[in-house]
Design a protein around this ligand. Structure first.
Ligand SMILES: Cc1cc2nc3c(=O)[nH]c(=O)nc-3n(C[C@H](O)[C@H](O)[C@H](O)COP(=O)(O)OP(=O)(O)OC[C@H]3O[C@@H](n4cnc5c(N)ncnc54)[C@H](O)[C@@H]3O)c2cc1C
Length: 405
């Protein structure tokens, strides 16, 4: 059925969905409804360059304004309800909007710190949107004491940006170590050492009990009983899928909107893509928060909306920039039982290869783009190199690639 497509959520997944819909049928009516005032923009710089430099929305836009010609843009308009029976949306301003098909690109939001723990005090930030980044940037003044809660990529990136602006930084990780959910102990060790050398104090296996202050945050009480004076706090304790709209419309949700490998919900006229979607991958149901995943799923959703049968079977990739270090990750290393560390060409470069048995699962490349590229090609081809070959830095990685074509 090729009617009016309404996309809810004006972000990364929406843009690739629009691009793919247009290339399939340039005349198809498309409506884009987004609750932020801005055209879709890139979020990765928000925890990196945007905290260190002036923020310019023009530099962040995924596509310039003219690219949306012909798309019915409804920005600054949140959708409050989906009425599937009537094929209708209710916007926050009361307006109603009919759809033939719907793509949910709702993204995710930052998990907040509860009110009872002081999460509503002034000076306590989460970081998800351009508005959040601008607010935080205005608070970054040399000499101020920043507490970062959470030792995932976001927390570490904020810590790096804050150090470059001359703040003092204490970072807490409640788990046994930083990057516990997303990277090996070896990768974590690299980043711990790097941050320590730049003056970030990292406390692992230490949670935040509470923040206190009159109106603005002044003090943090940690789970080890210690108390610290703080000027501002960033909470980086993970994201929550924006799935409530779907749940209220009786679509299945479980850590996100449940979709099949083709981004379809159980309703044939509703698909979901990006951070908000939980989908099958490698025998599990996963939800990925990455630009690659949002872009790819947006495209798959568009193609299946127009009657395609594409299944999504990605080799996921992700990156993180901290100080002058670039980490590039390909694959998912969760179930690994061994790792191999390979020194890179430059002194500060290396790659960490994750294996389960003889199978290559993932590669973390630190300042080592060629290892990342080769790891990506190996994983895409389903080829696992021998561990001893990976460990042998004298053996070029390119020798492990299958012949092209
Ligand atoms: C600070 C930060 C740093 C990041 N760094 C990296 C990185 O280095 N590498 C990487 O790969 N990924 C990174 N990510 C993740 C990446 O940005 C996301 O995975 C990606 O933006 C997801 O795209 P999306 O389209 O699913 O959601 P989004 O781009 O978040 O767009 C969703 C939009 O939907 C809107 N919306 C939600 N509900 C409604 C509603 N009811 N009505 C209307 N609109 C609604 C939201 O407000 C939002 O504007 C980062 C994310 C953040 C926040």
């Amino acid at each position: 059925m090729d009617g009016r497509v309404v996309i809810i959520g004006a972000g990364q997944a929406a843009v690739s969905c629009i691009a793919a819909l247009r290339s399939a049928d340039a005349t198809r009516p498309i409506v884009l409804v987004g609750d932020e005032e801005h055209l879709p923009y890139r979020r990765p710089p928000l925890s990196k360059s945007c905290l260190a430099e002036e923020i310019s929305i023009e530099n962040l836009l995924i596509r310039p304004a003219s690219w949306y010609d012909g798309v019915d843009l409804r920005l600054g308009a949140g959708v409050e309800e989906i009425s599937r029976r009537e094929g209708r949306l209710v916007l926050r301003n009361g307006e109603q909007l009919a759809y033939d098909q719907l793509v949910l690109c709702l993204g995710s939001r930052a998990r907040p710190l509860g009110r009872e723990a002081g999460g509503d005090l002034a000076g306590v930030h989460t970081l998800r949107s351009l508005t959040d980044a601008a607010r935080l940037q205005a608070e970054f003044r040399p000499g101020r004491r920043l507490l970062v809660v959470g030792g995932g990529y976001l927390g570490l990136e904020v810590a790096a940006a804050a150090r470059s602006r001359g703040l003092s930084v204490l970072l807490l990780e409640a788990g046994a170590r930083i990057l516990g959910r997303v990277a090996s102990a070896t990768t974590a060790e690299h980043f711990r050492t790097m941050h320590a050398a730049r003056g970030v104090e990292i406390r692992e296996a230490t949670g935040l009990d509470a923040l206190s202050g009159a109106e603005r945050v002044q003090r943090a009480i940690l789970s080890d009983g210690s108390e610290h004076e703080v000027d501002l706090v960033v909470i980086g304790i993970g994201g929550l899928a924006n799935a409530e709209l779907a749940a209220h419309a009786s679509l299945e949700t479980a850590n996100g909107i449940v979709v099949d490998a083709g981004c379809r919900t159980a309703d044939p006229n509703i698909l979901a893509a990006g951070d908000c979607a939980s989908f099958p991958l490698g025998g599990r149901t996963v939800r990925l928060e990455s630009v690659q995943n949002a872009s790819d799923q947006g495209e798959i959703a568009a193609s299946n909306l127009s009657g395609g049968q594409r299944a999504y079977a990605p080799v996921p990739w992700f990156w993180s920039d901290q100080y002058d270090t670039k980490l590039q990750i390909v694959g998912i290393g969760h179930d690994h039982d061994s790792i191999v560390v390979r020194p890179g060409q430059r002194g500060d470069a290396k790659s960490i290869w994750y294996f389960r048995g003889e199978e290559l699962l993932a590669v973390d490349a630190i300042n080592d783009p060629s290892s990342y590229m080769i790891g990506r090609r190996l994983l895409a081809a389903g080829v696992s190199p021998a561990r001893r070959d990976v460990a042998n830095a004298d053996l070029p990685l390119s020798a492990m690639l299958p012949p092209r074509g």
